[in-house]
Design a protein around this ligand. Structure first.
Ligand code: ADP
Ligand code: MG
Ligand code: MG
Length: 211
C-alpha cells in the first residue's frame, strides 16, 4: 500500500485490538509483577471501545478517525496508559494535515507527533522503563528506513523489530516513571507492560500496511 487511508487506519486499530485481546493475560501478568495488574484489562477495555466506535460513528478522514480514537481511549481506559495512548492518537490527528490518504512520510510524521505527545504528557525519558522505550526506537527506525528509500511496509517491519528490541531492553531497567517506579530497584528484571503493548501497536501497524 502506497498511502494509509481510513481503511488502512481501521485495519491497524482492529489488528491492535485483537492482539491486545489475545495478549490481555500476558499484559496483566507483566503489570502484576511491577504495577497493579490492570494493564491488560485497561487496554482491552479501551480498544474494544475504539472498535465499537468505528461502527457507531464512522469517520470520513484519517484526522477524524485518529481524534475519535484518542478521545475514546482517554474516556474509557483511565490510569496512566489511557491519557498516554489517548494523547498519542490525539496528537497524530493534526499531523495528518487533513489528507485523506497519508503518504509514507506523512504517516511517519504523524506517528512521531504521537510519540512526542506521549513524552509531553508523561515526561518519560529513554531508559525510564515505559512505553516510550518501545515507541522511540520504532519511529527512529521508521524514519531511517523511509529515508533509505524503503517502501512503507518494509519500513514498518523495521520499526516493529526496533519496538520489540526496545521492549526487551526494558527488562533489566529500574523504572523511573509510573507505578513501577514505586518499587525502586525491585522493578528490575521485569518487562515493562506499557512497552509490551506499545510493541503490539507498532506490529499491528506493520501488519495493517502489509495486507
Ligand atoms: P496504571 O499504572 O495507572 O495502572 P497501566 O497499568 O494501564 O496504568 O499502564 C502502565 C504502563 O504505563 C507502564 O508499564 C508504562 O509503560 C506506562 N507509563 C506509566 N507512566 C508513564 C509515563 N510517565 N510516561 C510514559 N509511559 C508511562
Ligand atoms: Mg496498571
Ligand atoms: Mg491502574
Amino acid at each position: 500500500m502506497a498511502a494509509v487511508d481510513v481503511d488502512g487506519l481501521e485495519r491497524w486499530l482492529r489488528l491492535f485490538a485483537s492482539s491486545v485481546a489475545e495478549q490481555q493475560d500476558t499484559l496483566t501478568a507483566l503489570d502484576a509483577a511491577i504495577g497493579d495488574a490492570d494493564h491488560g484489562a485497561n487496554m482491552n477495555r479501551g480498544m474494544t471501545a475504539v472498535v465499537d466506535a468505528l461502527a457507531a460513528t464512522p469517520a470520513d478522514d484519517p484526522a477524524a478517525l485518529l481524534k475519535q480514537t484518542g478521545m475514546v481511549l482517554v474516556r474509557s481506559v483511565g490510569g496512566a496508559s489511557g491519557p498516554l495512548y489517548g494523547t498519542f492518537f490525539l496528537r497524530m490527528a493534526p499531523a495528518t494535515g487533513g489528507a485523506s490518504a497519508l503518504e509514507p512520510e506523512v504517516f511517519a510524521k504523524a506517528l512521531r507527533a504521537g510519540v512526542e505527545g506521549v513524552v509531553s504528557r508523561g515526561k518519560a525519558e529513554l531508559g525510564d522503563k515505559t512505553m516510550y522505550d518501545a515507541l522511540a526506537p520504532a519511529v527512529d527506525a521508521l524514519d531511517a528506513a523511509l529515508g533509505a528509500g524503503d517502501p512503507l511496509a518494509d519500513a514498518l517491519r523495521a520499526a516493529s523489530a526496533a519496538a520489540d528490541q526496545g521492549r526487551d531492553a526494558t527488562i533489566p531497567l529500574v523504572a523511573r516513571k509510573g507505578r513501577a517506579s514505586y518499587l525502586g530497584d525491585r522493578s528490575a528484571d521485569h518487562q515493562d507492560p506499557g512497552a509490551t503493548s506499545a510493541a503490539l501497536l507498532i506490529a499491528a501497524a506493520a501488519a495493517a500496511v502489509a495486507e
